[in-house]
Write a protein that binds this ligand. Structure first.
Ligand SMILES: Cc1cc2nc3c(=O)[nH]c(=O)nc-3n(C[C@H](O)[C@H](O)[C@H](O)COP(=O)(O)OP(=O)(O)OC[C@H]3O[C@@H](n4cnc5c(N)ncnc54)[C@H](O)[C@@H]3O)c2cc1C
Length: 291
């Protein structure tokens, strides 16, 4: 439970942090809330000779609506999402997600940027961000670049972030009118990672049919999964029960779970079916409420 020795750096600016990451290369890691990294270091499943703590850099902790986007600073804590009135009123899918991540102690330190950058397929925000069509802003020595979330998760615990880059912002396109979303997760006990989770964001057309659907799946594959076949199936359809059930079957077929301590692959596939139907139904209620 004692990590290998490391040098701790506490830069006061983004430029300084990027400089340190560049200087130390593969020997350095970004430290944000520490809720995933520190357990890994203590268990000696990861090591780093240099930890670059981005917690003292001003201007990375915010939730704001700007230029047609919801913008979340990379250092914004889960507890801030939980308490934000904008999130509660306009992005209930994010509120659902924050509320089921770990426990209040962890949420007081864990950051949304860290949740994505860690790229654990068991983490909850990746599916939500896939459903919402988010973008990630990465800052490095060459300036900033924007990465669509669909290109961000490149493998288990790996992302499109380049060495020396810091995730500084998450951008979510403001949902059009008649939109609603929901995140539904089954956990064995409060605070556990998902046995499976499903994020659904839908927009209705004037007739109440599906104009657009975004669907993300948690912990049923080596990476978070964007359920593109289910999304395509729902486009243009009315949300009768038969359609919802069929969408849920398709989502289950898009999952790629494995047997583990949380259940068999068959059980988890069926869970995706059940959770998808629930998430679509809740998203639909919210979209109608937002009309
Ligand atoms: C008891 C417990 C229960 C948990 N349960 C859940 C759960 O139910 N659902 C869930 O989703 N998560 C859960 N987690 C995991 C944890 O909450 C998330 O992974 C967390 O959000 C990570 O954020 P952090 O700021 O703590 O990241 P850190 O631990 O500081 O960093 C994690 C990784 O991301 C990198 N990183 C962090 N921030 C950045 C950045 N801005 N730019 C570039 N790289 C960065 C780090 O270098 C490191 O590799 C749990 C953790 C604990 C300890």
């Amino acid at each position: 439970m004692i990590p290998a020795p490391f040098d701790y750096h506490a830069p006061g600016s983004l430029a300084e942090a990027i400089g340190l990451l560049q200087q130390h290369g593969d020997d350095a890691k970004v430290l944000s809330g520490g809720q995933s990294l520190l357990p890994l270091l203590k268990l000696r499943l990861a090591s780093a000779a240099h930890l670059v703590d981005i917690g003292r850099i001003p201007g990375l902790d915010y939730i704001k609506e700007e230029g047609g986007y919801l913008k979340i600073g990379g250092r914004t804590r889960e507890s801030a999402l939980e308490r934000s009135e904008v999130i509660k009123a306009k992005y209930p899918i994010l509120h659902d997600t924050a509320l089921v991540i770990a426990d209040p102690l962890v949420r007081n330190r864990a950051t949304v940027g860290g949740n994505l950058a860690h790229a654990d397929p068991a983490n909850d925000h990746p599916a939500t961000m896939l459903a919402l069509g988010a973008e990630v802003v990465a800052a490095g020595a060459g300036g900033e670049r924007v990465i669509p979330i669909t290109q961000f998760f490149t493998g288990i615990f790996s992302t499109a972030l380049r060495p020396g880059e810091i995730l500084v912002e998450i951008r979510i396109p403001a949902p059009p009118p008649r939109s609603g979303g929901a995140y539904v997760k089954l956990e064995r006990k409060v605070g556990d990672f998902a046995t499976a989770g499903v994020a659904v964001q839908i927009t209705l057309d004037d007739a109440g049919a599906c104009k657009d659907a975004g669907i993300g799946l948690t912990n049923v594959g080596m990476t978070p999964i964007k359920a593109t076949k289910t999304e395509a199936f729902l486009a243009g359809k009315s949300f009768d029960q038969a359609t919802i059930n069929q969408a849920a079957e398709i989502a289950a077929s898009e999952s790629q779970p494995m047997d583990d301590i949380r259940g068999s692959a068959d059980y988890k596939r069926d869970l995706v079916r059940v959770l998808t139907a629930r998430a679509v139904t809740r998203a639909l209620e919210r979209a109608k409420g937002a009309a």
